[in-house]
Design a protein around this ligand. Structure first.
Ligand SMILES: Cc1cc2nc3c(=O)[nH]c(=O)nc-3n(C[C@H](O)[C@H](O)[C@H](O)COP(=O)(O)OP(=O)(O)OC[C@H]3O[C@@H](n4cnc5c(N)ncnc54)[C@H](O)[C@@H]3O)c2cc1C
Length: 438
């Protein structure tokens, strides 16, 4: 089949590799230059995806192990240090070498990658996608994979009859400033907490972090769900500098504002001749915005399904969505329930939960890698013993976790076969879980 992929992000490149290996005629169109792909900095990726999918590992100079985080609650100076289990370790990895590896792998498999070639629009048939327009020319294809990011204009252009959500809600996107600064001379890197994440920093609906990198640079992030205002940004930076005397003023890398989806996956990611992947399908972990591994896994799943079925009909592509939901998406639903509660919760309550130890180091181990937090009866008793004076808060937290579990089960009940009425009923139920709280 002829397959067009829009965007050479991790999802697009992973799908390109698998589909080209399956013998399809794959062309990836990417708006940017080859050496300016994605971001000029490093981000965390669970190392498991490299082993699982046999992806070559970048050179050792291009990543380092990130095995712990320290978290605090709003306006708190008590830090909870979470040392991660070895099998869940993240590699902090330079983005561009990672993109080079994924690009080379896709090319070796036979995919053609055209950089500096923006796709203008989709070409529609009757109730299907038939191709894409590039430099004014309509290029027909059996399948168009939309890997163009969170605000995909292609997804937004789909006719309403496709039943695919056009844009994420304002509260579904994390607006984030990311930069690397110098480490001030004559200051010492703190020995205890070098990777600090401030939850609901200064009471804002978002997080900040300040990390003393092994390279000697200081990695800063300030993000808000919704809009990051100049005032909030200035206050956050001022506080980070006060709290981390090693944070210098010289901007070394980054310094830009980006957007990350932080919600459960889109509930319909396929149509006849069309499939969404990566940020365009909101595949990031809602609490963290990590989407590199999810997108790479999704590319692998999509390619496996298309190769086996040799079809681009929605009814066949649906298996891709089912498999993604069951592997990762259903957990993201549960995590999103917890995230939404955290954002609306009272700052004092969040601080209390963190400072009292009710949210334990072990709980944060799950939360910090985007896993579902399930409390055993013994954990509940321990939490009750600590926080019995704040029983209503504990009951609310428990209710939120139960709701997350319900969302997970609902997501796992995704219809196995593509029957539009059944799919629509499942979508209504899943989306309804979130609508009631908004
Ligand atoms: C500041 C920040 C920090 C992050 N940290 C982490 C982290 O630590 N760990 C993690 O796992 N994830 C992290 N993420 C999220 C991660 O970047 C994304 O989830 C992941 O990159 C998604 O990949 P994707 O395949 O959806 O492609 P995207 O990265 O969304 O790329 C889309 C591509 O499509 C191209 N494109 C867009 N429009 C067109 C067009 N019209 N024609 C052709 N090409 C087009 C773009 O140029 C781009 O290359 C972070 C994101 C940000 C912004």
């Amino acid at each position: 089949m002829k397959i067009i992929i829009i965007g050479a992000g991790q999802g697009g490149l992973s799908a390109a590799y698998g589909l080209a290996k399956g013998g399809h005629d794959v062309v990836v169109y990417e708006a940017r230059k080859e050496d300016e792909l994605i971001y000029d900095w490093h981000d965390d990726v669970n190392c498991k995806v490299f082993k699982d999918l046999k992806i070559p590992v970048p050179d050792e100079s291009e990543y380092f192990l990130k095995n712990y985080w320290s978290f605090n609650g709003p306006f708190s100076d008590r830090w909870v240090k979470v040392i991660q289990d070895p099998e869940k370790l993240d590699w902090s990895m330079e983005r561009r070498p990672l993109s080079r590896i994924l690009t080379a792998r896709a090319r070796e498999a036979g995919a053609v990658i055209k950089f500096e070639t923006p796709v203008e629009k989709l070409v529609f048939g009757e109730e299907s996608v038939k191709g894409a327009t590039v430099y004014g020319e309509d290029i027909l294809a059996a399948l168009v994979i939309d890997s163009s990011g969170v605000f995909s204009k292609f997804r937004a252009s789909l006719p309403a009859s496709f039943g695919i959500a056009k844009q994420p809600g304002k509260e579904d996107v994390f607006e984030v400033y990311r930069a690397f600064y110098n480490m001030k001379p004559d200051t010492k890197t703190p020995s205890l907490h070098t990777n600090k994440a401030y939850l609901k920093h200064l009471g804002r609906n978002g997080i900040s972090w300040c990390i003393a990198d092994p390279s000697g640079q200081v990695n800063v992030l300030v993000g808000t769900v919704g809009e990051l205002t100049d005032k909030d940004f200035a206050a956050a930076m001022e506080h980070l500098k006060k709290d981390n005397d090693f944070l210098g003023d010289i901007l070394l890398r980054g310094g830009s504002i980006c957007n990350i989806p932080v919600r459960y996956p889109i509930t319909k990611m396929v149509a006849d001749g069309y499939a969404l992947i990566g940020d365009a399908a909101f595949m990031t972990i809602p609490m963290l915005g990590s989407g590199i591994a999810s997108s790479i896994y999704a590319g692998d799943i999509l390619a496996e399904v298309v190769n086996r079925k040799n079809s681009a009909r929605a009814a066949d592509l649906w298996e891709y969505q089912c498999k993604f939901m069951r592997k990762l998406g259903a957990v993201h639903v549960a995590v999103d329930v917890l995230k939404r509660w955290m954002l609306t919760a009272d700052n004092d309550d969040v601080r209390y939960l963190m400072e009292s130890g009710i949210v334990s180091e072990n709980d944060m181990k799950y939360v910090s890698v985007g896993e579902m937090l399930v409390l055993k009866p013994v954990d509940l008793i321990k939490k009750l013993l600590i926080g019995w004076k704040k029983l209503p808060l504990l009951l609310t937290l428990n209710k939120v976790l139960m709701k997350g579990k319900k969302g997970y089960k609902l997501a796992m009940k995704i219809p196995v076969t593509y029957k539009p009425a059944k799919v629509a009923a499942w979508e209504r139920k899943l989306n309804g879980l979130f609508e009631t709280k908004r």
